[in-house]
Each structure stands twice: as C-alpha cells, then as structure tokens.
Design a protein around this ligand. Structure first.
Ligand SMILES: C[S@@+](CC[C@H](N)C(=O)[O-])C[C@H]1O[C@@H](n2cnc3c(N)ncnc32)[C@H](O)[C@@H]1O
Length: 349
C-alpha cells in the first residue's frame, strides 16, 4: 500500500540535511574568506542552469531511493538511518578543525600527520591529507569526523548515493542463500551497515587500509543488531582472500583516490576473489564522459580539496579496465553526483 506519510517524512528529513549542509558550507566559506582567504585557488562559478540540473538529479535520486525502499528492495528504516549521536558529539570538532584545514590548503601541505601516527607500510599514494583533512585517514579523530564531513559535502545525499549499489547487488545475488559479500575500502562501515540490513543472512567482509576507520566501523556496526562483518586491514590491491571466494564485491568512493595503476590492481583483485558468476558493483564520482554538464564542478573539486588523482579519474575508462580484468556484461548508471559500474565474472572461468 502506498505510504505517503513516510514518504513525506523522508523528503523532509532529506531537506533538513540539505539545508544543514548548505548553511554549514555558506558560513564556513564566509569565515574562511574573512580569516584565511584561500591563496592560489582558481575555481569557476556554477551557473543557474547547472544548479537547476543538479537539483533535478538530486530529486531523481531521492525519488528512486524512496521507490526502491517502498518496493521492499531494502528496509524503509534505512532511509532514516543517521548517526545522530555522533553528529551531535563531533559537529563542534568538525568546526574547530576547519582553520587547520584552511591553513594546510593555503600552505599546500598535504603530507601532515600527527607525530604518534605510524606511517610505515602504506603505499606512498595513500600517505596524504586527502581533502586536506587532519591526519589523512590515519587517526581516530579523522574517522570520527569523516561521515559528518561527507554528509555536509554532499548536502545529506551521501547515503542515498551509497544505497544505489543495493538494487543491482540484490538482483545479482538472487537465488544465493548465504552470500559472501566483500566491501573494498569499507571506511567507517556505512555501506556494510546498509548491506547487512538488506541481506541479514549474508556473511559480510570489509577491508580498508586505515586501522582507525576500521575501529570506527567496528564500533558502529557492533552497536547495531546483526552479525558483525569481518573487518580486516588490507590493501585493495592485494586482497588477503583465496581465489573464487565471494559471491559479490562492492566498493564505494574509493577509485577517485587511487592512481590509475592501483585502480586496475583493485579491479583485478576483485575479479580474482569473486566466484565465477559473482557480481561486482562500484560507486564513485561522476565522470566527464557521461556528465559533461557538470564539468565545472569536476574542475572545482580537486582545486578546492586535495584530490590528486581525481582529475585523471574523471576521464578514466573503467569499463575498459573491467573488461581487461575479465569481467563481462558491464553496465553503468549515473545518480546525482555518482556513477555506478555493475559487472559479472563469467560463470565459467
Ligand atoms: C573516500 S573514503 C570511502 C570510504 C567508504 N567506502 C565510504 O563510502 O565512505 C576512501 C577509503 O578508502 C580507503 N583506501 C584508500 N586506498 C585504499 C587501498 N588501496 N586499499 C584499501 N583501502 C583504501 C581509505 O582508508 C578510506 O577509508
């Protein structure tokens, strides 16, 4: 039965998050201009037409999110899942951290880690302050602030964009009783938490290079009901699993932070650990080829945030990388500011 009241509540909830994100960014930009005006940052203005297109895409994303929840693909409660306690606790720290981020941006200082952080053993490309964030991905503070920072960046649409991986994942696992699913670069565990709600019988695994983000994922996932996913510190380029092990592999918002060779390595590894017939679902930023109307934003993003591999990513042909690895049936979708790749390992290898 259609459920207009819940839909209205969901829309109001999303609108609240949108206003919060916009207000935060407007205030922090004004403060930055007043106290630490950005040096050497060349960004272009976004015209009204582009903003309207963006607004339309956002509305379409939220409508699709609602439709899929109403169709029972995933539980409606996911639409309202928000780490409120964390947000209230860490929002002041997000604000207090801003001057340090502005300072690093002005100094072009993106190799800055607290003295007690052990940076040995990580790939060189990873040891950076992506987004100029304090300690990169390598401290508990960074892990505590991350979800809130991403929600603000996307005006409350990060989770709806992550949820777009759920319908192809569920369809790809139809008929698999106890699926094994791996999330590469699981971060703080938002995607694993969504998959667990949709597929409560599945065995879930998450890998990430950051011990701090895995700690945070463990903390949040163990506070919710359900079997705890296995969380392992590992490089997506060298997955610590035997061949043909998983029914599905997913990865969200990783590829734009990898150099090109690492992107191919992660795809090759996903292929290796998938069972024949297994499914891969990727989500990351939009690219130039299918979102030319948002080129200005794709140019502005790495100019404002430290994202050294983003520019190349926006032109990288991941479809071709997937077929090079051996995947077949590659399809793409675009929702709001994200793009999706769905691919299958051939049933007979
Ligand atoms: C932008 S965050 C995305 C996190 C999460 N998937 C999400 O949806 O929020 C990128 C994540 O990739 C992880 N990461 C980066 N390079 C990696 C690699 N080579 N192997 C495993 N994790 C990596 C980082 O530690 C970080 O948690």
């Amino acid at each position: 039965m259609p459920d207009p009241l819940t839909k209205f509540t969901y829309q109001a909830f999303q609108q609240g998050k949108q206003y919060f994100g916009i207000t935060h960014k407007t205030l922090s930009n004004n403060l930055m201009k007043a106290f630490q005006p950005p040096k050497n940052v060349e960004t272009q203005g976004v015209d009204l037409k582009t903003l309207q297109q963006l607004q339309q895409r956002m509305a379409a994303l939220l409508e699709q999110d609602w439709q899929d929840a109403e169709a029972g693909i995933y539980p409606k409660q996911l639409l309202f899942d928000n780490p409120w306690e964390d947000f209230l606790r860490f929002y002041p720290l997000v604000c207090l951290d801003l001057p340090k981020i502005w300072q690093r941006a002005n100094d072009r200082n993106y190799h800055s880690f607290a003295k007690d952080i052990d940076t040995s053993g990580y790939p060189q490309y990873y040891l950076q302050n992506f987004h100029y964030q304090t300690d990169g991905y390598l401290s508990d503070l960074s892990a505590h602030l991350y979800d809130l920072q991403v929600e603000i960046l996307f005006n409350g649409n990060a989770d709806p964009m992550r949820r777009r991986i759920l319908p192809p994942l569920k369809a790809g696992l139809a008929g698999v009783e106890k699926a094994k699913v791996l999330d590469i670069a699981c971060g703080t565990g938002r995607t694993l938490s969504m998959i667990r709600a949709m597929l409560p019988k599945a065995s879930l695994y998450g890998v990430d290079l950051s011990p701090a983000y895995l700690r945070k994922a463990n903390e949040t996932l163990s506070a919710q009901p359900g079997v705890l996913p296995q969380l392992i510190q590992a490089n997506g380029e060298a997955l610590p699993f035997v061949d043909d092990y998983f029914d599905a592999v997913v990865s969200v918002f990783l590829f734009h932070e990898l150099p090109a060779t690492a992107r191919q390595n992660v795809i090759d590894q996903a292929f290796r650990v998938l069972k024949p017939g297994g499914i891969l679902v990727l989500c990351d930023s939009i690219q130039r080829v299918d979102s030319p109307e948002f080129e200005v934003m794709m140019d502005n993003f790495p100019a404002m945030f430290h994202e050294p591999y983003y520019r190349h990513y926006t032109t990288d042909d991941l479809n071709s990388r997937l077929t090079t690895a051996g995947f077949e049936g590659v399809t793409n979708q675009v929702h709001f500011m994200s793009k999706y790749w769905v691919a299958q390992k051939p049933a007979v290898a």
